[in-house]
Design a protein around this ligand. Sequence first.
Ligand SMILES: Cc1ncc(C[n+]2csc(CCOP(=O)(O)OP(=O)(O)O)c2C)c(N)n1
Ligand SMILES: [Mg+2]
Length: 542
Amino acid sequence: MTSPERIEGHGGELALAALRAYGVTEMFTLSGGHVFPLYDAAHKTGFPIFDVRHEQSAVFAAEAVAKLQRRPGLAVLTAGPGVTNGISGLTSAYFNGSPVLVIGGRAPAFRWGSGSLQEIDHLPLVAPVTKYAATVGSGEEIPGAVAAALTAALTAHRGPAFLDLPLEVIFSAADADALAAPDVPKMEPDPDEVARAAQLIASAERPVIIAGSDVYAGGAVAALREAAEALHVPVFANGMGRGALPPEHQLAFAKSRRTALTGADVIVVIGTPLDFRLSFGDFGGAQVVHIVDAPTQRASHVTPAVSPAGDLRLILSALADYEGVREDHAEWIAKLRMAEDAAKARDAEEMAAETDPIRPARVYGELRKVLARDAVTIGDGGDFVSYAGKYLEPAEPGTWLDPGPYGCLGTGMGYAMGARITYPDRQVCVLMGDGAAGFSLMDAESLARQGLPVVIVVGNNGIWGLEKHPMRAMYGYDVAADLQPELRYDDVVKALGGAGETVAKASELGPALARAFDAGVPYVVNVLTDPADAYPRSSNLA
Ligand SMILES: Cc1ncc(C[n+]2csc(CCOP(=O)(O)OP(=O)(O)O)c2C)c(N)n1
Ligand SMILES: [Mg+2]
């Protein structure tokens, strides 16, 4: 019997009831006996289970729903190797501030040390890459442990959490207090710091905003727009912040970043770290305002002029309400617009270029013609994905998924699964290097078997391009950088229950993409691209 206040059942049932209370609506998993009770609980109550061929895909899928839907994503992994295979996914979620919960099975506690199958203490392995990690000691502690893990995961700065349930805890019956809906604390910023930031931005001559993933994660997209409009500041974006301002907005910029960062006198970085993607926060003479969603996110390697910390919506709304004197920055905005338009014209030429072999730019030129405004695009690869970042222009926030600063290859199929489940009716398109394909393409089987169609455009240059070109530049030769040329990744996916085709001529790209989006199954457009083409970058190490 289960009352609204008390809940009875085996450990899997107690856990699932608590997870539901926190808004978890599906699990991603790969089978293992240690976690059967969670499947039993799900099966009996119609809770969706999606299964994969490698645990990393389960965690990446959980991360995708967490990133896109801004609620917890759940991966259930079996004891030992199931959990260790999920660690790159957990680490990516840690770097990305994604509220992912991994529940692991665990060898029985009562005979710990006797050599049970897959007996290993997961906590020391996952502790450095989670916000919360614990072993649940008894059935009645399960709801409280789920609440603690998910509250930690959902509290800014967000991030992953881990729980493992020893065999006897997950299989035994118990009763426990049922959970109410979560109460996630919001941090109020220091008003003086916010006022100082507003004043700096308003009185700057050439300010720039760079908005990152936490702006989307914190539900602060509308507040960002209001702040930018109120203070007349051009906006660039990275990660999930891309598309925060629609591309046609007069303050939305993407391609004039270098002009902006070298010319600005105040650079406002919001909801993203001052890491390698942003010159480690050192922009020459410009003053930096770093707005973060928690004090832990303040940089320790540079000292910004001011760094307000707290709920981003509150901070950005306060900036929008600033009542002091402000510059209109019109000249600066006009200058950036000129640079932006010139860069756009160059890009348009590259995206239309008729070359043989095909250059990646053309792939994106053709893709842009068929992508809907709300399409979800996912990057998993090296140079091919750098080009995606350059040429694709997300029009809505929360539609672009890249691996983030951890830069882990292999997110593709897991992210695609999470995106397809989030948006059953939208286009979902993975841009995948041929090297990256090796990490997760087997999970095209999981997508095909579970009726989850996605389009996979493989940039097939036959090399680990982002490594081969830099190695040649550095040493004059390269090793361990070649792949089989012209490999038929489309045939691989056909064999796995999907479909696809290989494209060698630019003129064939458009029709192939149209077929792919109509296919209704996982579909590979395997594009043979020019191996000589290298993405131009200032630092070639990745
Ligand atoms: C898990 C993992 N292993 C290795 C790397 C190093 N790495 C970064 S980019 C890259 C090459 C990717 O090649 P491919 O996916 O074919 O894309 P291309 O650069 O050829 O377009 C490698 C090996 C990484 N980022 N992640
Ligand atoms: Mg490649």
